[in-house]
Design a protein around this ligand. Structure first.
Ligand code: FO1
Length: 314
């Protein structure tokens, strides 16, 4: 059974780890690139790196991004030089950005760089950028349009988000590798990532929705996992964003966003009472224990999703 996971940051990485425990190289993770940025001339890919470091078991779980055992000597020296950047790059993490930027400058595509990192770090699943051309997520707040990391890190997600846009999305296309993975998939899983700014950009890549629709016509289930549990996001601003954008911060809000794209939405036990309302949206609600606190629970959630996918196919 081959599975494609559409993933953003932390929620996507945890489910990817659980799926990888069952599927190994039969898992492909298509990651959001809308968070990507240039810092000191270096290509930084937050959502990709969160998944890559997690699959390589190099991630700093407590911080939620970057590498375990990190040091900050370069950041300290930059502060001594008067810079003190708000977007923190650890010494070891910088090596990834230097390595990646060098490959890109020699002409490698983002997809080739992602697959090269898989080869050198040795994790089984393939991580594929959703597209090989730049896409940048921006959010409109009372302070005007902000680049994603300015909103997310510098302003600590404080401003209310009134609108979201993905710069240069119209020029983006799913890569040949993403198309091939979706056409070969037996199951497509949408991770419990932020449906607006992590999954949203992936679904907004022109023709991506057609690819998912094509899979469903072939009998392939598309199943999302709700990142909103009991009306709250487990991490990040998804709950406030769903509210400020008028969708409502609940598993029902997530179901309404995904209703034309998915066959089912996996919701946590605490939201079981919402199942009928989700069903009325034409989305099958699958109730499970979706909290992924440790490796065992990640593998269990993944097993539940895989089983749901198989049941929906039959
Ligand atoms: N998140 C922060 O809150 N503060 C940071 O200084 C920071 C630096 C950073 C560097 C590399 C990287 O891959 C991720 C980083 N993140 C940081 C997380 C980043 O904001 C991601 O976009 C989030 O994980 C949401 O996807």
């Amino acid at each position: 059974m081959t599975v494609v996971e559409l993933a953003g940051g932390v929620g996507g990485a945890k489910l990817a780890e659980g799926l990888a425990a069952h599927l190994g190289e039969r898992l492909t993770v298509v990651v959001n690139t809308g968070d990507d940025l240039e810092s000191y001339g270096l290509a930084v890919w937050p959502d990709h790196d969160t998944v890559a470091y997690t699959l390589a078991d190099l991630d700093d779980e407590e911080r939620g991004w970057g590498l375990r055992g990190e040091t900050w000597t370069v950041m300290e020296r930059l502060a001594a030089l008067g810079d003190d950047p708000w977007f923190r790059l650890g010494d070891r993490d910088l090596a990834t950005h230097l390595w990646r930027t060098n490959l890109l400058q020699t002409g490698a595509t983002p997809t080739e760089v992602a697959l090269e990192l898989r080869a050198v770090l040795g994790y089984a699943p393939r991580i594929l950028p959703m597209a090989d051309t730049p896409v940048r997520t921006e959010v409109r707040t009372d302070d005007g349009w902000l680049e994603f990391q300015d909103y997310f890190v510098r302003r600590r997600q404080a401003p209310a988000v009134h609108e979201v846009r993905f710069r240069d999305i119209d020029a983006a296309r799913p890569t040949a590798e993403v198309v091939a993975a979706l056409e070969a998939a037996d199951l497509v899983v949408i991770a419990p990532s932020n449906p607006i700014v992590s999954v949203g950009p992936i679904l907004a890549v022109p023709s991506m929705l057609d690819l998912l629709e094509g899979a469903r016509r072939r009998g392939v289930a598309v199943i999302a996992v709700s990142g909103i549990v009991g009306g709250r996001a487990l991490k990040g601003p998804a709950d406030r964003m769903l509210e400020s954008l008028g969708h409502g911060s609940s598993a029902v809000g997530v179901a309404s966003l995904y209703r034309d794209v998915v066959d089912a939405l996996v919701i946590d036990r605490v939201d079981a009472a919402l199942a009928p309302e989700i069903g009325s949206l034409g989305v099958r609600a699958i109730v499970a224990d979706t909290i992924m606190g440790d490796d065992a629970s990640r593998a269990r959630v993944a097993a539940d999703v895989i089983a749901a996918g198989q049941a929906l196919r039959d």
